[in-house]
Every structure is written in structure tokens, then in C-alpha cells.
Design a protein around this ligand. Sequence first.
Ligand code: GAP
Length: 514
Amino acid sequence: MAQQEDVFKKIVSHAKEYGFVFPSSEIYDGLSAVYDYGQNGVELKNNIKRYWWDAMTLLHENIVGIDSAIFMHPTIWKASGHVDAFNDPLIDNRDSKKRYRADVLIEDQLAKIDDKINKEVAKAAKRFGDAFDEAQFRATNGRVLEYQAKRDALHERFSQAMNDNNLEELRQIILDEEIVCPISGTKNWTEVRQFNLMFKTEMGSTADGSMTVYLRPETAQGIFVNYLNVQKTGRMRIPFGIAQIGKAFRNEIVARQFIFRMREFEQMEMQFFVRPGEELKWFSQWKEWRLKWHKALGLGDEKYRYHDHDKLAHYANAATDIEFRMPFGFKEVEGIHSRTNFDLSQHEKFSGKKIQYFDPELNESYVPYVIETSIGVDRMFLSVLCSSYEEEQLPNGETRTVLHLPAPLAPVKCAVLPLVRKDGLPEKAREIVDDLKFDFATHYEEKDAIGKRYRRQDAIGTPFCITVDHQTLEDNTVTLRERDSMQQTRVNISDLHTLIHDRVSLSSLLRKLK
Ligand code: GAP
């Protein structure tokens, strides 16, 4: 685990050193849980968004996109339940004056028990070698069973308290578990209080009478309140979907793990409107389609798992998360929810407008049911970055740091490198750039030795380097170096376009989703 933490630290500093992610407002000492994307980060992020957007809107005839405003009428957040219930339970330590999420303190306690179990398993695996049967060990070892029973009891009590919104019980769990503040080391805790996660601001001048508005905590409500507009103007027939990518804001108290939990982040959400009674069929279908979308990137099938929710929000009748194995454990990257007709019905009630669909086949009107797929762009970015990063030992004893990014997502697709800065090689290289740049993000680099230039491109995940040498001037061939294998092949300049396109185009990725 400690080793994984070290790797994660290296990934964070690599992201900064190579222009992927910077702490926000860094010259003013930063702003907690807010990050900026640099010159390479923004390209990677845009490519992830394009992959999602095209998979939704090009591959599904019945899905269209919108781009709704971040500010919305404040009653929307009353209707959606966010004003009353979008809360985190907070607790303060009186000695350190630090504030924590009560649920996170308890989740950390659960993780500590998991660690103890895993340590027992790892010790036994070492002792028994190949003969080790992990399942049997977990089911029979006395110490593991004791830890597991403790964990199950704590988990049950915690889930119950969260479900009942029982703040006193959450505090009692923290006291009973003797959880201490990591800073002061004391158990001097305050009461647990609810804290609303929405950012508020004022719209209009006070003289005119201003109105409190919120920065949206999710993009989904912008879709719900435009349901009628899109359905009518697009003559959409159920089932159909509306997709949106945009910023969301949450005043997260425990912000940690780099861009995993941010106060300003981006979501890619799609609401799929279906007939009542057909929602669970569509829920299973979207579960399958979304996992396929993730796996098509080739980051490793074993890095994904579903986490089906056994405790559901009152408006949902099925929910699952797609989790990805980050260096700090399996974590939610995407949520898929069957949200019944809760949101549209609430907006019908609060706006007084009829939000119904007339189904010509059934000859009846109803409020559609909704399947939601909701993925965080930044978490997706983090999963791509973490699984691509490698410090590779080379046969010659050197180490290279390489990002094995899926080629269609790479910020730069190819770099053109003249071997030397003279003899007409730079001019020839520029000619190649001027041809390729219309189709691919192409870099030109002439400084430093060629090996150093290759390493720089490896570090930002460029799939191809094209080296122009003296032979190029004679026969119009170049060396094409492939990032992962480092293999170099002599190819004709006229073949470059096809060779690169086959590997880096988004359409090759999208075709895997058929
Ligand atoms: N409309 C449903 C919704 O917003 P959610 O589970 O709260 O559901 C969906 O959020 C996704 O948004 C998450 O799976 C995660 O990828 C991303 N997300 C949520 N909070 C985030 C945060 N503070 N920082 C970064 N990403 C976040």
C-alpha cells in the first residue's frame, strides 16, 4: 500500500512537471481542491470528452446533446431535493479545530480493518506459497473471521445511521470506535451537524432586489428542466436520451486524492427517458454499454468492477457504480441510476407545468422514467493517467518514464524530430509537420539529443515519433518510432498519414463499441 502511495505521489508530480495538471492559483499558494489543466492536460481532457460525446450522440440515433447554463432558477434545487438534502455530516475536533466528515472518519476506520485482514492474508500467502487457498483462508482463519465480524457489525451500524440520517448515532460510533483526530490525537469531538454542499451567490444588485442562486452541483437538472424543449423541438420519441458535459460545483469538506474529489469539476451526464415499467431493462442495458465504453480503452479489464447499491435513495429503484482501481483502491468513476420519474414529477409539481409524454403506441400520457449515466471527467482523467504511468526498466539498465495513454486520447499524436539542426533536415521536418498538422496534433522538436527528445515525448504519451535524417533527403523515408515497443521502422513519408491514423483515430475506438 505504501508503495502504491509513493507511485501516486510520483504521478501527481509528473502531472505537474509535464503540463497536465497544476494546483489552482499556485503563485498565491493554491486554492484547496481546485486544479487547473495545463497544455497537455486540456488536450487529454478534451479527447476524453470527445470520446464520451461521440459515443453518446453519434452511435445512438436517439441521443442528442445540450449545453445548459450553470446558473438556474433556485426553485430547481428545491424541487430536486438539493436545498434540503444535499448535505454532508460534519464534526469538529475541539483541540485541533479541524473539521471532518463524520462518514469519512468511519469509512477510514472500516478501511483500517480491511488493511488488517489483507495483512493476515498476505502473511499467510507468503507462508504457504503456491499451496495457498485464499478463499479457504478467509473463510476459516480465526483472526480474519474476528476482524471480519467486527467490520460487518460496524458497517451495518454505520449504514443504518446514514440511512436514518441519525447524526447522534454517527457521533456515538466515532466515540465507541475511539477514533482520534489525526492532528491533535484526541477524541474531543463536537456534535455532528449537516452541511449543505451547494455554493451560493447573489444574482442582481441588492438595490433591485437580488436573488440567491446556486452554482449547480450536478449537470443533470439542466437536462430535466429542458426535457420538454428537446422532446418537442427535436420531435423525440421515447426511448430517447439527452447528454450534457459541463462544470459542477460542490463545497466538499474532505477534499483529497488530487483531482479525485474537487470543489469545481466536470461531469458528463446522460438522462435516458423510457416508458414506466421498462426502466430496469434499460438500466441493465446501460450498465453493460457503459462498462464496454470504459473497457474499449484497453486500460485493463481487471481494473473495473461494478458496485451495486444495496441501500437506495428514496427515488431510485436500482443503482450501481463503475469503480476503477486507482493507486488508492477501487473508487467510483461513474454512477448509473434508475431514477424513476422522481425528477420530472418534482419539476411538474414545483413549476406547475405539465411534463408528460404522449405515447402514440400505448395511446396514453405519462411522466417518463429515467436512467441516468453520470461520469466525472476529472476522475476519468485520473484513471487514465494512473493506469498509463510506468517507470519502465529498459534492457540497457536505464529507466524511462512513459505514459501508455490510449493513442486516441494522447494530447500529442506525433512528434517530428530532425536528427540534427542543419543540412536541410529541419526544413524537411517542417514540411512533414505542415502536412500532418491538419489531421493530427503534431509537435516539432529540434533541441537536445534524439534520445532525450524521445524520452520527453514518452513522458507525455506521444504514440509516434518521426525522425528525419540524411537518408530522408535522398529517398523520402523516415524512421517511425512507436512509443510502447520503442520499435523503429523505416517508412515512406507518403505512408505516414495512414499508419498514424489507424492507431490514433477516435473512430477506431468508437468502432469497438458496436
Ligand atoms: N447526477 C448524479 C450525480 O451527480 P454523483 O454520484 O454525485 O451523481 C456523479 O456524481 C459523478 O461525478 C461521480 O461518479 C464522480 O465521477 C463525479 N464527481 C462527483 N463529485 C465529484 C467531486 N467532488 N470531484 C470530482 N468528481 C466528482
